[in-house]
Design a protein around this ligand. Sequence first.
Ligand code: M6R
Length: 621
Amino acid sequence: MCGIAGYVGYREAAPLLTGALRKLEYRGYDSAGIAVLETEGVLTVCKAKGPLDALERRLAEGMPHGTLGIGHTRWATHGEPSDINSHPHTDTHGAIAVVHNGIIENYLPLKQWLEARGAVFQSDTDTEVIAQLVSYYYHVEEARTHTSLFDAVLSALYRLEGSYALAVAAAAFPDRLIAVRKDSPLIIGLGTKENFLASDAPALLAHTREVYYLEDHEAAVVYRDHVDLYTGEGERIIKNPVHVDWDTAAAEKAGYAHFMLKEIHEQPRAVTDTLRPRLVYDSAGIPCDINLDALDLFKTPLRRIVLTACGTAAHAAIVAKYAFIRLARIHAEVELASEFRYGEPLLSSDDLVIVVSQSGETADTLAAMRSVKKSGARLLAITNVVGSTLARETDATFYTWAGPEIAVASTKAFTTQLICLYLIALKAGFVQGALNNERYRAALAGLEALPSGIEAVLSQTELVQRFAARQFNKSKVFFMGRQFDYATALESALKLKEINYTHSEAFAAGELKHGPIALVDTDTLVVVIATDPALFDKVVSNIREVRSRGASTLVITRKGAGETAFAPVAEEVLTLPETTEAAFAPLLAVIPAQLFAYYCAVQRGNDPDKPRNLAKSVTVE
Ligand code: M6R
């Protein structure tokens, strides 16, 4: 996720752009930049690695003057944070500048294609291909018909796969900006003799509250005194502006009350962004393989996988342990990073150690990673932050493309970590012969269905909210499940602990009689996670046992068979869509648990975004 801004009007563009970027920093803050069309027709780019302050210091040394410009605050995906990789990116001639929020999945073949036609690239980003492609269609011999910048942008879009919100400025067009979107937000703010572009409303509210929300595949040519709106095919459309009445804080959260709720709702997009660029599609557009070539994981057979992480990332690792065993038939184990570093682990060059960390800065996780490096075992990092210490110190890094996670309680980091881990487990299973082609392809289709599965779960939010209103004050909450569901139970209990400050514990359902049942009384809520029909009967007995001792119960189970099994015995049943593999169920089952923790915390009056005693990133031991 990144933030983009644009201005065309009568005022100095540079300070307006940096002001807008300040309001968009929550969307990304590893680098920032602006391009201003100076009065003599030169497109001047100024950009800097680091937070916006670094750009402002650079601008203080020499501010470009002009009344049209674009700006960007970056959360790196392709190419580490650096001055060169910061946006705006320009074509080889420096005459067309682009800012982009999204991911261009086919940027590598496009880059090669453009290089073969003389384009000279500066950065490692996917975005630069857009500037070069627009330039190609604007300039080249065989495309002379594309005389206008807008036509060139539309022609470039036909070549792009992935997601984008784009703002384009060109030296030859001092009167206009081009804006387009697909799967990433973009809005146009309407002023008087000036108009604005931004990823999100907070960047505009100081200047206007009248906006056009661009829909997918819509485009706009934004002039000083008017805006022309188009379909992606270039047909003119008419829309009514929308009046935004949020205050700035609400707008940063896209109208959600808290970042945590916003991030819960971002999961369909975050999962799609993490998944799709790694899938290979056949000519019918059906996923047929996973491309993990860059990670170079399968040069020799994987014999043992060791996963290490802290907190939520460790719970993703536990799901992955079961997934490696079930899908790839590879021995897998998980060690908390805080234990691993002191455990003198037995590792050899046959082992693959996967280190998982959203921030890539957790002290214990980094220490674990460094001890692995000394052991000679193969090492892979999964992280959300390009350029983080973990990414820099590890040769092979697999990124979750979740965008910045602001709330302390991890949500979209967990589900996107699961996607990365599922991809590795499935590929390992296929390459090493544990999965036949039929099951492999069915699993890939199942992965693609997960974002809509998340949407289906999110549609039951009201039910979770009502249940939370009745249960938030329980003094004990136990989450139980078996196998994959046990991993989900661990993550669910952590969420409730962190933000509702409830004593919540997870245990493997079979352990109930071995101790935990002694704690069950009328002030206890038991949340049962049961996604595997083969285990339903056993779980029904568990529910009867706790209900007979006065506990309240919620069951998170799959539609159909799960409802039939649990509706007669549980107080509340929440259903999930089916998944093609049992391994995928935690990615859906965790969503109601996230919502439940969130609504309990709100009911109690806690701030879910800033839980007491906790920091987003634990950079000390
Ligand atoms: O950035 P990391 O993934 O390394 O962070 C690990 C834990 O500190 C983190 O998951 C923590 O448990 C979260 N607050 C959980 O919501």
